[in-house]
Design a protein around this ligand. Structure first.
Ligand code: NDP
Length: 257
């Protein structure tokens, strides 16, 4: 169980919506102090209010993972206001029409900046923080089925490329930490389609063009996971004892191709 983490601090990026909000909720219910990082702070404030009666607590901190200064500020705030971070969930991510044939360079940059470099910046700061505090913590990346399979779906080439980068970063980071004798655990969860706002409001918040309407209609008809299903998987991974490390958990809705 996650009992051993009770009262510990977990950072969840992208806690304002979808999978990140579901993870934050379950961590708070399990007694974690959760620091949510996202741009839309008001949405995290709303969630924090809903979770007031639970055993843990959600602290909403406005931060854009693509802005290094925001992340440095967040870790400064954590250092001064809460105990050391034991868990990091790298969940913030965007998807949108980033095709190669006629996509915009700026769109590609946003996807790579958020899904790859944003994850790297937060991870680096978390590892420095954990090591400075002598914490053998656990870092979980929310990757994607598209980080493992190469399937070009309508208008999306850059997103799977960004998630393949996450696959490589997960594995190289584990090996890197292992080589220096660190006991920090690295895992990733790679879901198939999850019904969230990823192609809608979150796209817009990043100034990305959404995916084509025809694709959205198709998605409506496909089997999907719920954000809670992914949060359950994350909690399962965190519940493993200190000597057990799950590398990768790939999950899909039954019936998804
Ligand atoms: P949502 O759009 O519902 O949530 C995305 C979250 O990421 C939001 O909270 C958003 O917060 C945050 N975010 C985006 N850009 C930034 C940024 N620059 N800085 C900080 N936070 C940011 O989508 P999902 O819940 O579906 O996506 C979460 C993760 O799951 C992503 O990494 C995605 O790739 C992955 N995933 C999703 C799948 C799906 O089918 N939905 C399938 C497989 C993986 P805000 O806008 O407030 O900053």
């Amino acid at each position: 169980s996650v009992e051993r983490w009770k009262g510990k601090v977990a950072v969840v990026t992208g806690a304002s919506s979808g999978i990140g909000a579901a993870i934050a909720e379950q961590l708070v219910q399990s007694g974690f102090k959760v620091v949510g990082l996202a741009r839309r702070k008001e949405r995290m404030d709303e969630l924090a209010k809903q979770l007031e009666s639970k055993s843990g607590k959600l602290y909403a901190f406005q931060a854009d993972v693509t802005k290094e200064e925001d992340i440095l500020k967040a870790f400064e705030w954590i250092k001064e206001n809460v105990e050391p971070v034991h868990v990091l969930i790298n969940n913030a991510g965007i998807a949108g029409a980033g095709n190669l044939r006629n996509g915009k360079t700026d769109t590609w940059k946003r996807i790579i900046d958020t899904n790859v470099l944003g994850l790297c910046i937060v991870t680096r700061e978390a590892i420095k923080h954990m090591r400075a505090n002598n914490v053998d913590g656990h870092i979980v990346h929310i990757n994607s089925l598209m980080g493992h399979r190469i399937v070009q779906v309508s208008g999306m080439n850059i997103y799977p490329a960004s998630k393949h980068a996450v696959t490589a970063l997960t594995e190289t980071l584990r090996q890197e930490l292992n080589s220096i004798g660190s006991k920090i655990k690295i895992s990733s969860v790679s879901p198939g389609y999850v019904k969230t706002e990823i192609f809608e409001s979150s796209c817009k918040a990043s100034g990305l063009p959404g995916i084509p309407a025809t694709r959205l209609e198709l998605l409506e008809k496909l089997p999907s996971l719920q954000a809670k299903d992914v949060a359950d998987a994350v909690l399962y991974i965190l519940a493993t004892p200190p000597h057990v490390q799950i590398h990768e958990l790939i999950m899909q809705p039954v019936g998804e191709p």
